[in-house]
Design a protein. Structure first.
Length: 316
């Protein structure tokens, strides 16, 4: 698959801008909380921003991405084995986070919590799944059923916990550290782009998706700090292609690097749930909620599919 690095980097920046814009809306709530009848205004403003987010995203996708590839009849595509399921883990994390933050923002606007969690979950699943529909009409890709299942799982994890426990006891988090490719950096640039934003979003070798479990919420009578979590991470390494480490160069040369073994990593670490740190400062609470999408660097134990056991002083 060939990537237009400049276009993808610009698109990634736009997506992050829109996402951050919606997440920082609650920071202005302290200026409005003293006026009761502004709840309806908040809902209208938020509805407009969310509509703009969706419209802006799909416009950007069509203009900077899908316009570069021919259209086709709608088709299905099974990419479950691609990237050792790391892209599915990314869908899982993304949909969960969009659902959680969208729900929080709608609650800030004054919407009843039960309605807000349903709006959040449905918005998260629909937002990423509609992009799959665009893929379905692209000659280059197709409608990925595994992607949609991962989207549904992410939204379902958020919704299920709210309905069952009225809180998020298991939080999905992301960590990223640049992977060193050595003399194969040119291949990484072809696949993931050379920009920092592109690498963060697309370089699966450098990403770890974590399920961060709050210990105290499952053991309420224990003396474990309320903010202490146990994190289980998943990552795959040494991937130089979606399915195998061989590819065709733009000039037509076939490169085979299947001597580089692809492998999966499973990690166990500790983490901090920043949302459970007690503070009366609303701005600080919002910042904690936003930063909580990332795992806190900490020591970790690794077991991988090569049969090796490792201890990392810091995993990130």
């Amino acid at each position: 698959m060939k990537y237009n690095s400049h276009s993808l980097n610009e698109l990634a920046k736009k997506l992050l801008f829109w996402l951050l814009l919606t997440q920082f809306l609650p920071l202005v709530s302290f200026t409005q909380d003293t006026i009761r009848n502004q709840s309806s205004t908040k809902k209208w403003v938020l509805g407009g921003v969310q509509a703009g987010l969706w419209g802006g995203t799909f416009y950007s996708l069509n203009r900077t991405w899908y316009a570069n590839y021919p259209k086709s009849k709608f088709k299905l595509y099974n990419d479950w084995k691609e990237w050792q399921q790391m892209d599915k883990a990314g869908h899982f994390w993304s949909t969960y986070q969009i659902s959680r933050h969208t729900s929080n923002i709608w609650q800030w606007s004054g919407l009843e919590k039960k309605k807000a969690i349903w709006v959040g979950a449905l918005s998260g699943m629909a937002y990423l799944s509609i992009i799959e529909i665009l893929d379905g009409y692209s000659d280059k890709w197709g409608f990925s059923v595994p992607d949609v299942l991962a989207n549904t799982a992410g939204a379902g994890l958020f919704l299920g916990q709210e309905l069952l426990w009225n809180e998020q006891r298991i939080t999905l988090k992301l960590s990223y550290s640049p992977y060193q490719y050595g003399d194969l950096k040119y291949r990484a640039d072809q696949l993931f782009g050379s920009g920092d934003v592109e690498r963060l979003l697309k370089d699966y070798n450098g990403q770890i998706i974590w399920a961060s479990v709050n210990i105290r919420s499952f053991l309420p009578d224990s003396k474990v700090p309320k903010w202490l979590n146990l994190a289980l991470g998943y990552n795959a390494r040494t991937m130089l292609g979606g399915y195998e480490n061989s590819w065709e160069e733009p000039v037509g040369n076939n490169i085979n690097r299947n001597d580089i073994v692809r492998y999966k990593r499973f990690l166990l670490s500790v983490d901090i749930d920043l949302t459970r740190i007690e503070t009366k400062n609303k701005t600080l609470k919002t910042i904690f909620s936003i930063v909580n999408v990332l795992k806190v660097p900490a020591p970790a134990i690794e077991f991988n599919s090569l049969g090796k056991f490792r201890i990392h002083p810091v995993a990130y």
